[in-house]
Design a protein around this ligand. Structure first.
Ligand SMILES: N[C@@H](CCC(=O)N[C@@H](CS)C(=O)NCC(=O)O)C(=O)O
Length: 213
C-alpha cells in the first residue's frame, strides 16, 4: 500500500524498531529519514520544529505529524490501515495488551535502561552488567511461560503487545550484521544475553523482528 509516510528515526533504537515492525506488519511502504547523529547527541532541531519534541520516532503522514511509538501504532491502526490488526475489539483483551506495553516500558525497560546508561557512560562494571542480565533473565522467564500457550502474548496472534516487548528483548539477540552501524548495539551484543531456556522467546523475537525488513 503506497501512502505518503515518512519515518524520522534513530535506526538502532527500540521504539523505532517497534514502529518499523508495525509498518511492515501492515504492509505499509514508507520513507526512512535517519536523525543526523554527527554530533554526540545528534541534531534535534529539525525534529523539534517538526513535532515540538526531541525524540524519535516521528511519523509524518501527509500533513499530519505523530510522535511516540505507541501513539504512532495507534494512529496507523485507527486512521491509516485497520487490517491486519495490532489491537483488538475485545475490551478485556485490550486491557491485557496494554499491560504488556506497560511491562515493556516499566519492567523490561529497567535492566535495558541500566545497560544503555552504562554504554553511554564508562561502560559499566562486570558486577553491574551481571546484575542487569540477572534481572533481564528473570523477566524473560515470564515471557517464556506466556509464549508456551500459543506463541504470542495476547489474542493468539501478533499485536502491539508483542511489538512493544520484542523491540526491547531484541537487544539480547542481535547479530553481527545488525550491530554493524552502531557502537551502542555492539555493547548490547557483547553484554546482554537471553540465556538458557529461552528458546520460545528467541524464536518469537526473530519472527517479529523480521517484520521490519
Ligand atoms: N515515548 C517515546 C520515547 C521515545 C524515545 O525515547 N526515543 C529514543 C529512542 S528509543 C530517542 O529518540 N532517543 C534519542 C536520544 O535521546 O538520543 C516513544 O515510545 O516513542
Amino acid at each position: 500500500m503506497s501512502l505518503d509516510l515518512t519515518l524520522h528515526e534513530l535506526p538502532a533504537s527500540p521504539n523505532n524498531l517497534k514502529v518499523r515492525m508495525a509498518l511492515g506488519f501492515k504492509g505499509l511502504a514508507y520513507t526512512r529519514k535517519a536523525l543526523d547523529m554527527s554530533t554526540p547527541f545528534g541534531d534535534r532541531s529539525a525534529l523539534i520544529e517538526l513535532s515540538g519534541q526531541p525524540r524519535t520516532p516521528v511519523l509524518v503522514h501527509g500533513e499530519t505529524v505523530i510522535f511516540d511509538s505507541n501513539g504512532i501504532v495507534r494512529y496507523l491502526e485507527a486512521n491509516v490501515k485497520r487490517e491486519p490488526r495490532l489491537f483488538t475489539e475485545d475490551y478485556t483483551e485490550f486491557g491485557e495488551l496494554e499491560k504488556w506495553e506497560l511491562f515493556a516500558r516499566t519492567q523490561l525497560g529497567k535492566p535495558i535502561g541500566t545497560l544503555f546508561g552504562m554504554a553511554l557512560s564508562d561502560g559499566g562494571t562486570a558486577e553491574g552488567i551481571a546484575a542487569a542480565n540477572a534481572h533481564f533473565y528473570e523477566l524473560t522467564g515470564e515471557l517464556e511461560s506466556r509464549l508456551k500457550e500459543n506463541g504470542f502474548l495476547v489474542c493468539g496472534r501478533t499485536t502491539n503487545a508483542d511489538l512493544a516487548v520484542v523491540a526491547l528483548a531484541n537487544l539480547a539477540t542481535l547479530t553481527e550484521e545488525q550491530v554493524k552501524a552502531s557502537p551502542l548495539l555492539v555493547f548490547f551484543r557483547e553484554h546482554l544475553q537471553l540465556g538458557e531456556g529461552r528458546e520460545l522467546t528467541r524464536d518469537w523475537i526473530r519472527r517479529h523482528v523480521a517484520l521490519a525488513d
